[in-house]
Design a protein around this ligand. Structure first.
Ligand code: DGJ
Length: 549
């Protein structure tokens, strides 16, 4: 009896050890019971809050995007170890038209099947990126039979009458062929992924056209001189007329955005009619602050200034997600501001992979972001520097991995809080200056570069060369908050200060979530609370209860 108890204890210890050695996010993914609900993933909106529902509950994408040419079985062994090191719960990876339909009507899903099988074995979900007629606006990922048939799949024509590099979105043959291929992919997923390994589809990749505000071909000109569609007039509260009459100086870009969105919308509908996974588009970003000539960015793509047009023309696309490669704080925050809208949930599953980008995890989640994903996260040896970092290494992954390790074990709880409660978050600014977060009755003041002990120093005079800090807060009650983050000091005060009312900590608990339940580890008090709550690079989660005297 005694022996068998010992055996059982040893076995239990082994199981605990085995689960401890898994990266937290993957351990959480693997904890899903075999009978977990296999309901369709979907985007939902309630009271102005959004969620990506996966297996029937809000899910936070802790993603990593593979390099562009990593979408082959031979490359996958260099992708999975990076995902593991990253503590990712989701891999974002292309499926290219050229690889699934090498000859018209003949489909080859061998890569997709390998991908599904291996993703499941690694406990990862998938976001598939459909590289159809538009990849960074160009048709480079179309099959040869599309690339070479200019008569059937026409390019656009620029204002000088020159044939331009991109395919025109007004050609019905291109819409039909792209839609057929995408629908075939979705049908294949429906038949081969009852596990819902794939949770989200990106339709095309960075649509629009560089260097020509629109198509000026005779066929396009006829459409341009025709009346603006009724639905768009309603959206903008405009009187009928041609594109120029209705939209004046914006007519060229607005016209092109309408037809580009209509194209993508039709491809999405064809796919959804086979298998209605949630769908989004990504955006090659224009200047978020200043005016910019549309000839100098991807005109027609879902830029912030034409998002209203996209919403009308492509209603089956749930959201437009910004591809943020800029590392500068003010610019990043402006991009976030442009894409977090009541009609557009924030999702950033394509952000640069320099260490300076990692801190934006906190700003994105704090703005109710549904997911985060740095680009180029595999060990294939390719690097998109200077846009991004050098070839990916364990060291390069580390700042992103630390953030995922912090949230991974309770991503479901965070996603639920973000959907149902108020959440806030900030990233360290380039100049290291302090930030305040208004929590209603309470205000949180966040400072960076502070020691853990001693009074708060003024903001550093020299900019921080490697800003890494960030803070996340979620409301648990009127005076109770969940707090986490890294490399930051957080102090709470009353928003309305009066001479005889002062704030104090009632309790500061450090703990963790296990199977959705809060587990108390210890109280923070004394040195740990006298000088604000000082978060380091450790995965620390605090429950803070505030009071007055
Ligand atoms: C943005 C695109 O969406 C990515 O696929 C990639 O081409 C990067 N630009 C550059 O590395």
């Amino acid at each position: 009896m005694r022996d068998s108890n010992m055996c059982l204890r040893a076995l239990a210890a082994c199981l605990v050890l085995a689960s401890m050695s898994l990266p937290p996010a993957q351990a959480a993914a693997r904890r899903l019971p075999a009978s977990a609900s296999r309901s369709m993933p979907q985007f939902v909106e309630r009271n102005g809050h959004f969620a990506l529902m996966v297996d029937g509950a809000p899910f936070l994408i802790l993603g990593g995007q593979a390099n562009n040419s990593s979408n082959y079985p031979s490359m996958l062994p260099k992708v999975w170890p990076a995902m593991e090191k990253l503590h990712a719960n989701t891999l974002e990876i292309p499926v290219a038209w050229e690889q699934i339909e090498p000859a018209e009507g003949r489909f080859d899903f061998s890569y997709v099947d390998t991908l599904l099988k291996q993703a499941r074995a690694h406990g990862l979900r998938l976001v598939l990126l459909w590289f159809g007629a538009y990849k960074n606006t160009s048709p480079s990922y179309t099959p040869s039979w599309v690339k070479r048939d200019h008569a059937r799949f026409p390019h656009l024509v620029n204002s000088k009458g020159e044939t331009w590099y991109a395919l025109t979105p007004i050609a019905q043959a291109t819409i039909d062929a792209d839609s057929r291929a995408f629908a075939a992919l979705m049908r294949h997923l429906k038949e081969n992924d009852p596990q819902r390994t794939v949770i989200l589809m990106q339709v095309e990749n960075e649509t629009g056209t560089y260097g020509s505000v629109r198509d000026f071909s005779p066929a396009a000109q006829t459409l341009f001189d025709a009346p603006v569609p009724e639905a768009l007039l309603r959206k903008f509260g405009k009187q009928p007329g041609t594109w120029s009459q209705v939209f004046g100086k914006d007519a060229d870009e607005f016209f092109y955005a309408w037809y580009m969105a209509r194209y993508v919308g039709k491809v999405a509908v064809a796919g959804k009619s086979e298998y209605p996974l949630p769908m989004y588009v990504n955006v090659a970003l224009r200047d978020p602050i200043n005016d910019q000539d549309p000839n100098t960015y991807s005109s027609g793509g879902p830029e912030w200034n034409v998002l209203d047009i996209w919403k009308v023309a492509a209603p089956d696309i749930f959201l437009a997600a910004p591809d943020i490669y800029e590392p500068k704080f003010d610019v990043v925050m402006a991009h976030i501001g442009r894409f977090k809208r009541p009609d557009n949930a924030l999702l950033d599953v394509e952000i640069g992979n320099k260490p300076a980008h990692a801190r934006y995890f906190f700003a994105i989640l704090g703005n109710q972001g549904l997911g985060f994903g740095p680009f180029g996260m595999d060990y294939t040896g390719y690097a998109n520097a200077p846009l991004g970092a050098g070839p990916m290494t364990d060291e390069g992954l580390a700042p992103f991995a630390a953030n995922y390790a912090l949230l991974g074990p309770w991503q479901r709880e965070w996603a639920k809080l973000s959907f149902e409660n108020d959440v806030w978050g900030v990233a360290e600014p380039d100049d290291g200056h302090q930030q305040t977060i208004s929590l209603g009755r309470w205000t949180a003041t966040v400072t960076y570069g502070q020691p853990q002990f001693g009074p708060t120093k003024p903001a550093p005079l020299a900019p921080d060369a490697a800003p890494s800090g960030g803070v996340l807060i979620a409301r648990l009650g009127p005076d109770e908050f969940l707090l986490t983050g890294r490399d930051a000091r957080v102090e709470f005060s009353l928003t309305e200060k009066t001479a005889d009312l002062h704030s104090m900590f009632d309790r500061v608990e450090e703990g963790r979530f296990e199977n959705g339940k809060w587990v108390f580890d210890r109280m923070w008090n004394g040195d740990q609370t006298d000088w604000g709550l000082n978060l380091r690079a450790l995965p620390q989660v605090l429950k803070v209860s505030l009071a007055t005297y």
